[in-house]
Write a protein that binds this ligand. Structure first.
Ligand SMILES: Cc1cc2nc3c(=O)[nH]c(=O)nc-3n(C[C@H](O)[C@H](O)[C@H](O)COP(=O)(O)OP(=O)(O)OC[C@H]3O[C@@H](n4cnc5c(N)ncnc54)[C@H](O)[C@@H]3O)c2cc1C
Length: 438
């Protein structure tokens, strides 16, 4: 009987450009092993936070479920399958590995503290865990800095990348065939997973209506959306539209698929470069790449600083207490602060799981400065709500605005009157979410 290798799928729920998958396929071929793909990611489990709500709210759970169903279908088309484990504990995965006699687990390396603890817990149970770097644009070997010396300030990072002309490696194709499914395992329960799919938001006001087929969390929808965005020439207008508050095309809307790994950032960059080669580069196409580099920078910052980014004082040297008015925080979460633009944004976020970058900045600043809330509680609420929750970008942006992260100006306080004048002077956004009384 063949031995078994487990492909441990954490955040990257796709078949294209998946280095851990490729590594697992090669090892199975070399050693004559069967392959058992298993999806488990503890922080995606609906566990209660210290702030009194679940970590993964209904939008993200539904979106991840859609991504998992797409992945299960893709694996089935390659005569394989997918086991999905839920919950925060690594024990079920360890038990499964023992039951099938797995020789090792191969998965995606994740440098956030809880994800590192997950891998450590499996190793502590005597399992061999082999982690592969992926999820970002660059490998550590490509960078001119060691991971612990990547510059804090984004501009220095970008200039270093520019100076060397760094490019991500070419994305990997979907494997043409997969190693066999383990003989001792029953066939995977694909129909149950697909039939249980929640519909998701189809509200016509939503900027990301993931209940509609073309906005679902799966890899096929992600790749179709990427092509639609590029074929429509939208990178060229991105720089002028990116600060809009609402709509389907003002920005790329790639983030939810990047976050659940249905879309690879290396594939996005490769397609963006191909777009520029065919239709010319512009300020807009450059700016999209620039924003993707912010994503990259936040990944390296979490890798560099780890748990320090989750402390009240963040990267600042001295310990400090952070003010937190629990009642005001509850009003902020529910969109009842009395600040119309903030309330409209918070209602959109809660109702749909998506919010424009401009509004994320505005509502984050309002929680910290107007509502005197702990920035970590705000980050946790975003984690609960956002379809595109990504620990690196979320923690990094929150710390940045709170002035405890990598902002060389020491944080941001947005003037709400000015934001209203510049971005919602006619009140249409506020009316959309608060009604005609505005
Ligand atoms: C307080 C706060 C919390 C945030 N939390 C998250 C999060 O959990 N997950 C997440 O993906 N983004 C987060 N962002 C960043 C940004 O708001 C979203 O990436 C962006 O709005 C997603 O929409 P889009 O794909 O249309 O972006 P576009 O404007 O089209 O940008 C293209 C891509 O660039 C990247 N990008 C753009 N802006 C940023 C940024 N400021 N930081 C990092 N990457 C960026 C994203 O991958 C995005 O998909 C947060 C921003 C703030 C201010």
């Amino acid at each position: 009987m063949r031995g078994v290798l487990i492909l441990w799928l954490r955040n990257d729920l796709r078949l294209h450009d998946h280095p851990a998958l490729q590594h697992a396929v090669e090892r199975c071929r070399r050693d004559g092993l069967a392959l058992l793909p298993v999806a488990w990611h503890g922080p995606s489990a609906p566990v209660e936070t210290r702030w009194g709500f679940e970590r993964a709210g209904p939008h993200r759970q539904a979106f991840r479920q859609q991504a998992l169903a797409g992945l299960a279908r893709g694996l089935q088309a390659l005569s394989s399958g997918l086991v999905v484990l839920v919950g925060a504990s690594p024990q079920p995965l360890a038990d499964l590995a023992r039951r099938v006699g797995a020789v090792a687990l191969v998965g995606e390396a994740l440098h956030a503290p809880e994800e590192q603890a997950e891998a450590a817990a499996l190793r502590a149970r005597g399992l061999a865990v082999d982690l592969v770097e992926q999820g970002g644009q660059f490998d550590a070997a490509q960078l001119p800095w060691a991971p612990e010396a990547v510059p804090h300030v984004f501009t220095a990072f970008r200039q270093g990348v520019d100076r060397l002309g760094l490019q991500p490696a070419a994305p990997l194709p979907v494997p043409a065939a997969l190693p066999p499914w383990p003989e001792t395992m029953p066939p995977p329960p694909l129909p149950a997973l697909v039939e249980a799919l929640p519909l998701g938001a189809t509200d016509e006001r939503s900027s990301f209506p993931y209940g509609l087929p073309t906005w679902r969390g799966d890899e096929a929808a992600a790749l179709t959306h990427l092509q639609r965005y590029l074929r429509g020439g939208l990178p060229h207008t991105y720089k002028t539209t990116r600060n809009a508050l609402t709509g389907r095309d003002f920005a790329s809307h790639w983030s939810p698929w990047l976050a659940c790994g249905a879309l690879s950032v290396r594939r996005v960059v490769a397609e963006l470069k191909a777009f520029e080669a065919e239709r010319g580069a512009s300020d807009g196409s450059y700016w999209l790449w620039f924003e993707l580099l912010w994503r990259e920078h936040f990944r390296w910052m979490l890798r560099r600083h780890g748990a320090a980014l989750f402390r009240p004082q963040g990267l600042l040297p001295s310990a400090s207490r952070v003010a937190h008015d629990a009642e005001a925080f509850a009003c902020w979460c529910e969109g009842r602060t009395g600040l119309d633009l903030v309330d409209a944004g918070m209602r959109e976020l809660r109702h749909t799981g998506y919010l424009s970058n401009r509004l994320r900045q505005i509502v984050a600043s309002a929680l910290i400065h107007e509502c005197r809330g702990d920035w970590r509680a705000g980050a946790a609420w975003f984690e609960h709500c956002l379809l595109d929750f990504d620990v690196h970008s979320n923690q990094g942006n929150w710390a940045y605005i709170a002035g405890v992260g990598t902002d060389p100006r020491g944080g941001r306080h947005f003037n709400l009157d000015k934001q209203v004048r510049e971005y919602d002077a006619d009140g249409s956004y506020r009316r959309r979410w608060l009604g005609d009384g505005v």
